[in-house]
Ligand binder design. Structure first.
Ligand code: NAD
Length: 253
């Protein structure tokens, strides 16, 4: 991609895990990438990896559930990197518990980061896409959207991401913007390591138990998810919109 055609992408929650690998992959695909996460300092390893490979990246600190911070972040990205026309809503948290033990605040926190975050970010960025009649939005859902014990908040948020995706695909299609969802199964990241720790299970045992249920016989890696995001973002995927792609090593959650 030449400099004049170079587009700017934002990946939220890109300090680590799936977001970091997606940011790296989109930079390799030729995008200038805004690496957005809660704490700007924490984005440095991702930014450094991209820059040392010859790419362009900007670390930005913002809470995606805070409207003012989202506005400020998108303004800064537009000024310093270029108007964003690709958005990957990846930032996420888990606060797992059975319904009767789930504090109201844990329900609110999970819905706020995933759903309010994706809503605010997409609303702030869409005008740049509409301006140039081209854009790509990719939202991170999960196999948990199909139901997962102990994750009422997270499952509701991830199912909500799918409804948001389909609706925005309908609203934004005529402006050259596609909106799709990647729904990962088990991926080995700090998020799933924290789950193993919380339930007091050794990481290797935790992985083995999950892998036993996965037809391809291995756990997912951040690169598996980044690859799917890269497809949805690619020029050739312009006729694919409103879709949910389960990337889970098999047909079932
Ligand atoms: P992770 O916990 O390793 O990384 C998530 C990142 O999001 C962190 O860097 C965190 O600081 C950031 N973040 C959290 N709240 C934020 C906020 N309010 N504003 C900005 N950034 C915020 O998680 P991961 O495993 O890489 O997951 C990435 C996405 O993929 C999440 O949406 C997650 O729900 C989804 N997902 C993960 C798995 C899995 O097995 N790991 C499976 C399905 C879906």
């Amino acid at each position: 991609m030449t400099e004049s055609l170079r587009r700017t992408a934002i990946v939220t929650g890109a300090a680590r895990g799936i977001g970091a690998e997606t940011a790296r992959r989109l930079a390799e695909d030729g995008f200038a990438v805004a690496v957005l996460d809660l704490d700007e300092a924490a984005t440095k390893p991702t930014v450094d990896t991209i820059v040392s490979a010859g790419g362009r990246a900007l670390g930005v600190g913002a809470d995606v559930s805070d409207a003012d911070q989202v506005q400020a972040a998108v303004r800064r990205i537009t000024d310093e990197l270029g108007a964003p026309t690709v958005l990957v809503n990846n930032a996420g948290i888990t606060r797992d518990n059975l319904l009767f033990k789930m504090p109201d605040s844990d329900w609110d926190a999970v819905i706020a980061v995933h759903l309010r975050g994706a809503f605010l970010m997409t609303k702030a960025v869409q005008k740049h896409m509409v301006d140039v009649n081209w854009g790509r939005v990719v939202n991170l859902s999960s196999t948990s959207a199909l139901g997962n014990r102990g994750q009422a908040n997270y499952a509701a948020a991830k199912a909500g991401m799918q409804g948001l995706t389909k609706t925005l695909a309908i609203e934004l299609g005529k402006f050259g913007v596609t909106v799709n969802c990647v729904a990962p199964g088990f991926v080995q990241t700090e998020m799933t390591m924290a789950t193993a720790e919380r339930i007091g299970q050794d990481w290797d045992d935790f992985v083995a138990a999950r892998v036993a249920q996965i037809p391809v016989g291995r756990g997912g890696l951040p690169g598996d998810i980044a690859h799917a995001v890269s497809f949805f973002v690619s020029e050739g995927a312009g006729f694919v919109s409103g879709q949910v792609l389960y990337v889970a090593g098999g047909p079932k959650a």
